[in-house]
Design a binder for this molecule. Structure first.
Ligand code: ZN
Length: 276
């Protein structure tokens, strides 16, 4: 049979297959092959002997938290308190693009904005949608549920962005599960290491505080450039143009013509510079 590992506790692997859960052990062969099954892995397993036989090819792996085969990431993005941070959002988008994870931007705290701020956020929202991203807000619960259906999803967001209240709104039982897990493991050092996929709305959602660190150092300049997906619409006359210093660069022209959002381009330059 085939299934997906949703939880690992010491050497016990919980595999979900067709809505049923199987507790399995891993064979010694994995240690020999230096394959460590992770949460999110699709595996072939023997339900009678309760053994995992094979870890199937991974689509991607995140290191912190350690989890594989993430389809989508819901980026819970605060518009106020804390203020909207294009830097944080763009950094996450780069990391997700590089891991082949589809980002879903979910705006929160729109109700705290004054008229002027609201106009600004509407423009920003339009831009991210225009370049191809799904942008929702935390009142669009049905749309968020649809995004989760049939997928393995991770939720992330800065402290105070309203991640827990979004989870609460989506499903109060999810929050209960989270609380219970935290309690069972004892608050503190263990909770942050705990990684589990919770089945909800026909998909699986990662129960974790989110990315503990975002490091662009692991990426190449080329990776970062390619992660700014709108640059492709402005092909440069130069091969391998980094769109920073070159005259006649079509990306720089597009920024000047307001076809590329200035904050996106500024963040791009910052990300490249911080790597030097
Ligand atoms: Zn260029």
């Amino acid at each position: 049979m085939e299934g997906q590992i949703i939880k690992i506790l010491s050497n016990l692997y919980t595999v979900s297959s067709d809505g049923k859960l199987y507790e399995c052990h891993a064979r010694g062969k994995f240690r020999k092959d230096k394959i460590t099954p992770t949460v999110g892995d699709y595996v072939r397993f023997d339900p009678k002997e309760s053994y995992i036989l094979e870890v199937l090819k991974r689509k991607n792996t995140l290191e912190r938290p350690l989890v594989s085969n993430i389809d989508k990431c819901i980026i819970v993005t605060s518009c106020k308190e804390p203020d909207f941070s294009s830097n944080l959002l763009d950094k996450l988008l780069v990391v997700l693009e590089c891991h082949n994870i589809e980002p879903i931007i979910c705006l929160t705290k729109l109700d705290l904005l004054n008229n002027e701020e609201e106009k600004e956020i509407i423009e920003i929202r339009k831009y991210y949608q225009y370049i191809g991203y799904t942008v929702l807000d935390n009142t669009e619960l049905d749309k968020i549920k649809k995004e989760i259906k049939g997928k393995t999803v991770v939720l992330t967001g800065q402290t105070g962005a309203g991640k827990s209240s979004l989870i609460n709104k989506l499903d109060s039982s999810f929050n209960l599960a989270t609380g219970e897990i935290s309690k069972a493991l004892g608050r503190g050092k263990h909770t942050t290491r705990h990684v589990e996929l919770i089945e909800m709305f026909g998909g699986k959602v990662l129960d974790t505080p989110g990315f503990s660190s975002i490091d662009l150092k692991e990426l190449s300049n080329e990776d970062i450039k390619n992660a700014f997906i709108e640059f492709d619409s402005f092909p440069c006359p130069f091969r391998d143009c980094m769109h920073i210093n070159e005259k006649e660069c079509n990306v720089i022209k597009a920024v000047e013509n307001n076809e590329i959002l200035e904050s996106r381009y500024d963040n791009y330059k910052k990300f490249i510079e911080t790597r030097r």
